[in-house]
Ligand binder design. Structure first.
Ligand code: GMT
Length: 373
């Protein structure tokens, strides 16, 4: 098939999933055309089946806001004509599904099916904004196929938007060839002593991640277990959390590593991953951690209970219950037998349930159905 993929190119789970999906589809013989305002950061390979089309937005003094949505629609229409796309797969309803809808209208002589994948923020945050509500609903209803990355997101979308269209759950995935525990003892000594454990948090440091909870859990664990915390990522809550750590006297125990393109090595030296979010449609980082043998202590937000097996690959606690999260963390960290068991379970579960090959086939079937309609 000839497939157009529209995604955000920057750091973040949706961009990672869209790009890895496109790369794998190309390896399976499909022709894949990425369309975005920048090269997706994970698009780091050459393949004859992969194309990248940059959306250029006219910068004219009259435009207070550059018209990205229209530029994207024009680019989708243009590429779909000359590359004879069989469908476009958009990641995020707003604005991508809206632009795809416009492109479809512009190329009416040739049916252009739209597959829309909902990733979470488009529904739980953006779609809630009264001004975006109707257009989000419209873009979902007008898509030829809609997928959500977890059952929780599907249910929430149906409830919030009262959607009549069928939403298929296609989970996010992991490539175990890339995500597996590697031995990097020289890296471990950079951050922790021989008898110290390493806890890790990776995110875009947005308020929904509840970074203070991460620090509060860490501070409690530290009272019982010698440990250090790696904070990977950056975002709007970065400055505030630096201050919070300093005011709690934890500066020497916490390392800020900024945005990292590759996290396998950092996960490989970690003993626990903390994900305390108040919203998380899937939590790709939890899956990446599990694939690297790192048990996850997480909140019960959104799709996390569908990814983490309670008591087997980690623990799930109510949002904000930092005491309970810390108790579970201490229990795992002080019981080497249990940690080993959980670490092994985590790898097995991630590979068995979320292997890229299996999920990519689900997308292929979804594409097939969308084009046959
Ligand atoms: O978590 C974010 O703020 C980033 C956002 C994104 O666009 O990557 O993540 C969303 O999509 C990911 C990929 O499907 C999911 O793993 C995240 O759970 C989801 N974030 C939220 O629901 C808050």
């Amino acid at each position: 098939m000839r497939i157009g993929i529209i995604c955000y190119p920057s750091y973040g789970g949706s961009g990672v999933i869209a790009t890895e999906l496109g790369k794998r589809l190309a390896l399976r013989g499909h022709e894949v055309h990425f369309i975005s305002y920048d090269r997706p950061f994970k698009l780091n390979m050459f393949h004859q089946n992969i194309f990248y089309h940059e959306v250029e937005v006219l910068d004219y003094p009259l435009f207070k806001f550059p018209p990205y949505m229209i530029a994207l629609a024009s680019k989708i229409a243009e590429v779909s004509k000359w590359a004879e796309l069989d469908l476009v797969h958009v990641h995020y309803a707003v604005p991508h599904a809206v632009s795809a809808f416009l492109a479809k209208q512009m190329t009416r002589e040739k049916h252009l099916p739209i597959v829309t994948t909902l990733h979470g923020t488009d529904i739980t945050v953006v779609g809630h904004e009264p001004q975006f509500f109707d257009i989000t609903r419209f873009s979902i209803e007008e898509s030829d196929a809609v997928t959500a990355v977890s059952r929780s997101l599907k249910n929430e979308t149906e409830r919030i938007f009262n959607i009549s269209k069928e939403i298929e759950v296609i989970y996010n995935f992991i490539d175990p060839d890339e995500y597996h525990r590697v031995s990097v003892p020289e890296l471990k000594v950079r951050y922790a002593g021989e008898n110290e454990k390493i806890l890790i948090h990776i995110s875009n440091f947005r308020p929904v991640k509840r970074l203070k909870d991460v620090v509060d859990v860490f501070a409690r664990v530290k009272k019982d277990v010698p440990c250090r915390l790696l904070m990977v990522g950056d975002g709007p809550d970065g400055p505030g959390i630096h201050q919070y750590i300093e005011s709690n006297g934890l500066s020497d125990d916490v390392f800020f590593l900024g945005k990292q393109e590759r996290v396998v090595e950092l996960l490989s030296i970690s003993d626990l991953c903390l994900l305390t979010s108040e919203k998380e449609s899937f939590g790709l980082v939890a899956l990446e951690a599990m694939a690297c043998g790192v048990p996850v202590i997480a909140s019960t937000a959104g799709g996390l209970p569908e990814i983490i097996k309670e008591g087997e690959t980690g623990y799930l606690l109510p949002i904000g219950n930092v005491e309970a999260m810390a108790d579970k963390a201490v229990r795992v960290l002080t019981n080497p037998g249990q940690w080993l068991q959980m670490s092994g379970n985590a790898v097995k579960h991630s590979v068995e349930s979320f292997h890229i090959d299996r999920i990519v086939q689900e997308y292929e079937q979804c594409y097939q159905k969308a084009t046959e309609k």
